[in-house]
Design a protein around this ligand. Sequence first.
Ligand SMILES: NC(=O)c1ccc[n+]([C@@H]2O[C@H](COP(=O)([O-])OP(=O)(O)OC[C@H]3O[C@@H](n4cnc5c(N)ncnc54)[C@H](OP(=O)(O)O)[C@@H]3O)[C@@H](O)[C@H]2O)c1
Length: 245
Amino acid sequence: MKLTVIGGTGLIGSQVVQQLTAAGHEAVPAALSTGVDLISGKGLDQALEGADTVVNLANSPTFDEASLDFFRASMTNLLAAGHQAGVRHQVILSIVGVEQVPELVYYRAKALQEELLRQGPTPYSIVRVTQFFEFMEPTMSWTSDDTTVRLPATPIQPMAAADVATAVVEVAGGTPLGGIRNVAGPDVFRLDELGRITLAARQDARTLVTDDTAGLFAAVTGDALLPGPDARLAPTHYRDWLAAR
Ligand SMILES: NC(=O)c1ccc[n+]([C@@H]2O[C@H](COP(=O)([O-])OP(=O)(O)OC[C@H]3O[C@@H](n4cnc5c(N)ncnc54)[C@H](OP(=O)(O)O)[C@@H]3O)[C@@H](O)[C@H]2O)c1
């Protein structure tokens, strides 16, 4: 099967291309750095030529208001170009509980992307996953100084990017779900607890201060980011992942 992987040079996209290729598919990465621009449409028709499935793993360069424009324009352009090219399956990667955190504009932008896909002309699948383990580092850096790292006690159930890629590959290689697949990590943590585990593993002497006003995830209420009982659980545990790095 031929698949075009939009954002195929990114954290998840590059691993999806690798895994699809290893499974015997023809997986073609398409991204800004390969000359394909989802926003202007440059190179898009050529990138989709002959593709059975499009996997959209592009990401907005920012998490602010501009992310709404990014996901609106990119999804609209990709659906139009895919329809024109005869694509039979459009897959996107979204976030577990995305509609439950309207306070975060990036989450509203991802919910908008989902809605555009649902209303589009092509059979589709939405893979919703939880926060990536790899996302801990930037999350901590936003609210840290030389002596402390501040994080709220938000419950999360994160997963490894490699497991995210596996979940995407499984869906992309199959028939359209016409709905959502939820996938989460194997363990629930509080974000501040995850920060303490991370600092300890890195022998980083800074103090982790629980601060329910700190950073992006302060806007999350209750268990909004945790999956329901239908979610599939990924195999990799955070402590094992940290130890292997
Ligand atoms: N972070 C999380 O915890 C989380 C959780 C659930 C879902 N997600 C979703 O996972 C997806 C992938 O995230 P990621 O971390 O793998 O992203 P990433 O590493 O930031 O990669 C982004 C990719 O998008 C491409 N791109 C950006 N602007 C583009 C444009 N105008 N035209 C074409 N390509 C463009 C980039 O191309 P170049 O490299 O060539 O510039 C790159 O390949 C995102 O949709 C995100 O919302 C993230």
